[in-house]
Design a protein. Structure first.
Length: 414
């Protein structure tokens, strides 16, 4: 890393702490550098990931153990509670872990702070990775890490609830027909749609398909198209077509609501496919007001190699990353769509019903697209705040988004 970038580590990263992130965990324990290695095997390497729910018996933990065994090394894994990635890694500097799993929109912030090595520096090959997945880990033409896989959002529906309400799913093609279907379901005594509008990155993540589907742009949060999207959500809550609980719902609690069997629709992620299949739920591509396909955001983590004083460690770190991302191994272990065509082909051979999600991921859009890079976190914070203000009735959609645009510009100009 250039010396000027290293000098900015504390200042830039700490300045980014105002950018809330909830997808990656805070991790405890010491970072990398606990033992030296010349990259030919042996030694102890640290890996931080955001999966505290995946214990030592999980497929993911077993995949890490298998890689350690194959490479003849020890991998010390830390998985903590959800927290702020930027804060966690900044606090750990300069004793950073050898490997860090980073939520994709946070990669650019950490890279700009000088905490991550580039693939050119560490030798990782990213040539076969799907472009729209890889873009999220790039800044200024440089790539930082490898995506273990990707996920995205769809519109799940409960055929039983729709049938009882006399709704033909083939008639649900755009925002008007979706709203009409919700009204019929509620009139029949069931509930309409659930989603996550929580005041965190999850809220922005779930709002983006509607925002982008309307043709809105993250550089202009108060556009008429943005107002159109937020008005849709606000009207659903006002009219009782979506519950007030969406204001507190995470994607997990929203899914729990849907699993009660009372709701007709739920916006949620590919990671719930297994649950959906068991329950007989189906899924649609999210759409814009005119019925055209709406781009959903790409989710998922990048496996990054943080900066180390002992650069000889990178060689083994690269081997660990390659092992965890080979083919569809890591993606399968974490319930993601593989980031390469070869990996996706292998997944489809094993489970052809993944085709919807493979197609959806291919059409998904990185949250840091349009050269937003590290700006995305600031913009996202203002966006989910506007959603909260509008849906709670504290402000109109128009006023909430005007304030969001003003506050985002002020924050970015500092």
């Amino acid at each position: 890393m250039e010396s000027t970038r290293k000098a900015r580590i504390a200042g830039a990263a700490l300045a980014a702490l105002g950018v809330t992130a909830v997808v990656l965990t805070g991790c405890s324990g010491s970072g990398g550098g606990t033992s030296s290695s010349n990259g030919s095997g042996g030694g102890t390497y640290t890996l931080w990931d955001p999966y505290p729910d995946r214990d030592a018996t999980s497929t993911w933990a077993k995949a890490i153990d298998a890689c350690a065994s194959d490479l003849g090394i020890t991998i010390k894994r830390n998985a903590g509670n959800t927290g702020d990635t930027v804060k966690d890694l900044t606090t750990a500097a300069p004793n950073l872990p050898d490997i860090a799993m980073v939520d994709n929109p946070k990669v650019s912030t950490l890279a700009d702070a000088g905490l991550l090595t580039t693939t050119k520096e560490n030798g990782l090959d990213v040539s076969d990775i799907q472009a729209n997945i890889l873009t999220a880990g790039q800044i200024d033409g440089k790539t930082y890490g490898v995506p273990v896989g990707a996920n995205t959002l769809g519109l799940y529906y409960n055929p039983t609830v729709l049938s009882a309400a006399g709704v033909d799913i083939s008639s649900v093609k755009d925002w008007d027909s979706l709203t009409a279907a919700l009204k019929k379901v509620v009139a029949a005594g069931k509930k309409g749609i659930t989603f996550s509008a929580v005041g965190t990155e999850e809220g922005s993540f779930q709002f983006l398909p509607w925002f982008w589907g309307a043709g809105a742009d993250l550089t202009k949060l108060d556009s008429d198209k943005a107002v159109q999207a937020l008005t849709l959500w606000t009207d659903w809550v006002k009219q009782g077509l979506a519950p007030n609980s969406v204001l507190q719902n995470t994607q997990g609690t929203s899914w729990d609501e849907f699993k009660t069997g009372q709701f007709a629709f739920a916006e949620n992620g590919s990671w719930f496919k297994g649950d959906a299949d068991k329950a007989g739920y189906k899924v649609l591509q999210l759409f814009g007001p005119d019925g055209s396909a709406a781009p959903a955001p790409t989710g998922g983590e990048f496996i990054t190699i943080p900066v180390q004083k002992d650069t000889a460690r990178y060689a083994t770190s690269v081997k660990i990353v390659k092992c965890l991302t080979k083919g569809d191994a890591g993606a399968n272990a974490l319930g993601y769509i593989a980031p390469t065509k070869a990996g996706q082909d292998a997944q489809l051979k094993e489970d052809p019903t993944l085709q919807f999600w493979v197609t959806a991921v291919a059409a998904a859009k990185p949250r840091t697209a349009d050269n937003l890079g590290i700006k995305y976190g600031t913009i996202s914070e203002q966006l989910y705040t506007a959603v909260q203000n509008a849906l709670s009735g504290a402000s109109t959609p128009t006023d909430a988004l005007k304030k969001a645009q003003t506050d985002a510009q002020a924050a970015l100009s500092k």
